[in-house]
Design a protein around this ligand. Structure first.
Ligand code: HEM
Length: 493
C-alpha cells in the first residue's frame, strides 16, 4: 500500500517525509537548546555547544553590576527555577524558600556541595567548604569545637582591641576607605585567632596573597602564567608554605606554644593520634582549612561591614536610633575598656541593623550543590550530576517574603523572621561556622564607628568590583571624618 502511494503521489510523499524529518530535528533541537519550556525540564538557554552561556557569565563577572546580574536577568525571564550551562556543566538556579529548605537541609541525602573548578582548586581538596559528605562531616566535627561559645568572649575582646587600635589613628578630616580598613581588620583578626601571625610584614604578605586567591575564585581555570587563576594558585602555594613552616615549628617545639586555633588542632591531634586516627586531621587538611577559614571569614565580613555602614548612612533615622541605643549602653558603663559579649547582648537594635544589612547585601549570593540522583524540584525533573544553586539573594529580595524588600528597615525583625527566609549564613549541615563571630565583629565595628565618629561620604556609588566573588563595592566606600570624639583619642595615646 505504501509503495502504491509512493508510485501515485511521489511529490506528496517526498514532501511529507521532509516535513516529518524537520519536525523531528526541531523537536530534538528544542529539547537540547532554547525552548526547554517543555514539561519536566527547567526553562533556560543552554547557549552554545559545550561552553553554553559561559561567555555571558564571564561578561557579568567583568562588569560593574557584578556576577549576580547574570542570574538576575535570567530569573526575570524564566522565573523561580531556570537552567543554564556554564564551564561545560548544567547549572540550575532556584529561588524558592521551600526548595532552599529541602536542598540545604538535605535530609534525604540527595545533594552534596560542589563549587566550580576554580574555587575548589584554590581552596584545596580538603577544604571544609568543598569537601563532600563523609569527608565534610569528619572535618566539620573537628573544627566545630574551635567555634564553641567558649571561644567567643576572648575573640570579642581581641577584635575590639584591633578596632580601637586602628580607629585611634583616625583624625578629623582624614579620608578613610571603609572596605579597605575593614579588610585589614578582618585579616588581622583571622590571622591572629587562627595562627597567631602578628608581625606587620607577615600580615601584609598574608593579606596580599589571600586577596590574590580570592580574586582568582571566579577566573577561568587556565594555568597559564599571565592568567588570574595561575596567579591565585601561586599565591595559594605561598600561603601553604607559610602554614607548613608554622606547623613544622610548632611540632618541633621551636615556636612558643600559642593559644590559637592551630595549636588546638595540633594538640587534639597529639591527644587523639593513638586513640582514634580516623578523627584526627592530617597536616594537609589543617593547611587547607586554615586557608579556608581566612578566606571564608575575611572578605565576607569586610564586605558586610561596608554595606552596613552604607545602608546606615543612607537612612539617617536608623543612624539616630542606633546612636541613641549605643550611647545609652555606653552611659550605663561597660564592663571594662573593651566591649564584652554582655555589652553586645544589650545591643538589640544594632543586632537588627546587622541582620537587615546582611539581608539587603546578601554577601554570599547563591549556595552551590550537586544532585546525587535524579529528582524533582519545583515541578521540574533534575538529573543526577546537575549543579543546583540556591539563589539566596532573590529570596532576600522577594516581596512575597519580605515587605518592601528594597527598603532598609531593621525593625522588620523579628516579626518577619519566617523560617528559611533569612539565608545570610545558610542553613542545615553546611551552615556558616563563623556566624556568631561574624555578628559579633559587625556589632563591635558598628559601635565604635557610630559612637566615636561622624563622617561625610565621598563616593556613594554602588558599582561592584569586577571579578569579585562577593558583592564587593568598587569604590571601597570612602568617607571623610568630620568629627572625632576627643576622649577616645586621648585614651588611645
Ligand atoms: C558576614 C560574614 C559571613 C557571611 C555572610 C558568611 C556566610 C556563609 C555562608 C552563606 C556559608 C554557607 C554556604 C553554603 O551553604 O553553601 C558559610 C560557610 C562557612 N563559613 Fe561563613 N560567613 C561569614 C563569616 C565567616 C567567618 C568570620 C568565618 C570564620 C572564620 C566563616 C567560616 C565559614 C566556614 C568554615 C564555612 C563552611 C561551613 C561548612 O561547609 O561546613 N564565615 N559562610
Amino acid at each position: 500500500m505504501l509503495s502504491q502511494l509512493v508510485k501515485e503521489h511521489p511529490y506528496f510523499v517526498g514532501f511529507l517525509l521532509v516535513f516529518l524529518s524537520s519536525l523531528k530535528v526541531c523537536a530534538l533541537w528544542c529539547k537540547n537548546n532554547k525552548c526547554s519550556r517543555s514539561v519536566g525540564i527547567p526553562p533556560g538557554n543552554r547557549g552554545l555547544p559545550f561552553i553554553g552561556e559561559t561567555l555571558h557569565f564571564m561578561a557579568a563577572i567583568n562588569s560593574t553590576k557584578g556576577v549576580y546580574e547574570f542570574v538576575r536577568l535570567r530569573r526575570l525571564r524564566y522565573g523561580n527555577c531556570f537552567k543554564t550551562k556554564l564551564f561545560g556543566e548544567t547549572h540550575v538556579f532556584i529561588s524558592s524558600k521551600e526548595s532552599a529548605k529541602v536542598i540545604l537541609r538535605n535530609e534525604g541525602g540527595k545533594f552534596s556541595k560542589k563549587y566550580i573548578k576554580s574555587i575548589s582548586k584554590l581552596l584545596g581538596p580538603d577544604s571544609l567548604l568543598c569537601a563532600a559528605e563523609h569527608h565534610h562531616k569528619l572535618i566539620r566535627s573537628r573544627l566545630l569545637s574551635l567555634f564553641s561559645p567558649h571561644s567567643l568572649p576572648s575573640f570579642v575582646q581581641l577584635f575590639d582591641e584591633l578596632v580601637t587600635e586602628a580607629t585611634g589613628t583616625w583624625t578629623c578630616g582624614s579620608l578613610v576607605i571603609i572596605q579597605d580598613e575593614a579588610l585589614k581588620l578582618a585579616c588581622k583578626a583571622m590571622c591572629k585567632m587562627l595562627i597567631s601571625i602578628e608581625s606587620s610584614h607577615e600580615l601584609a604578605m598574608m593579606h596580599k596573597d589571600v586577596a590574590r586567591v580570592s580574586e582568582a575564585m571566579l577566573a577561568f581555570p587556565l594555568r597559564l602564567p599571565w592568567t588570574r587563576f595561575y596567579k591565585g594558585l601561586q599565591a595559594r602555594k605561598r600561603v601553604m608554605d607559610i602554614l607548613e613552616n608554622v606547623i613544622s615549628k610548632r611540632r618541633h617545639e621551636i615556636a612558643d606554644r600559642r593559644v590559637d586555633f592551630l595549636q588546638q588542632l595540633l594538640a587534639d591531634d597529639e591527644n587523639n593520634s593513638e586513640k582514634d586516627e580516623v578523627t584526627t586531621l592530617t597536616d594537609k587538611e589543617i593547611k587547607d582549612n586554615i586557608l579556608t577559614m581566612i578566606i571564608a571569614g575575611q572578605d565576607t565580613i569586610a564586605i558586610a561591614m561596608t554595606w552596613m555602614i552604607k545602608f546606615v548612612d543612607e537612612n539617617q533615622e536608623v543612624l539616630n536610633e542606633l546612636k541613641k541605643e549605643q550611647l545609652q549602653i555606653e552611659k550605663k558603663g561597660r564592663g571594662g575598656v573593651y566591649l564584652t559579649l554582655k555589652d553586645l547582648s544589650e545591643m538589640q537594635y544594632a543586632s537588627k541593623v546587622v541582620k537587615e544589612a546582611l539581608r539587603m547585601a546578601s554577601v554570599v549570593q547563591w549556595f552551590p550543590r550537586v544532585a546525587l540522583q535524579d529528582c524533582e524540584i519545583e515541578g521540574f525533573n533534575i538529573k543526577k550530576g546537575w549543579n543546583i544553586n540556591i539563589d539566596a539573594r532573590s529570596i532576600h529580595h522577594d516581596p512575597t517574603i519580605h515587605n518592601d524588600p528594597e527598603i532598609f528597615n531593621p525593625s522588620r525583625f523579628p516579626s518577619e523572621s519566617k523560617p528559611n527566609s533569612f539565608l545570610a549564613f545558610g542553613i542545615g549541615g553546611r551552615m556558616c561556622l563563623g556566624k556568631n563571630m561574624a555578628e559579633a565583629m559587625m556589632l563591635v565595628f558598628l559601635n565604635r564607628l557610630v559612637t566615636n565618629f561622624k563622617w561625610k561620604v565621598i563616593d556613594s556609588d554602588s558599582s561592584i568590583q569586577k571579578s569579585a566573588l562577593f558583592t564587593k563595592l568598587k569604590s571601597g566606600y570612602p568617607v571623610r571624618l568630620i568629627y572625632v570624639k576627643e576622649e577616645d583619642l586621648n585614651k588611645n595615646k
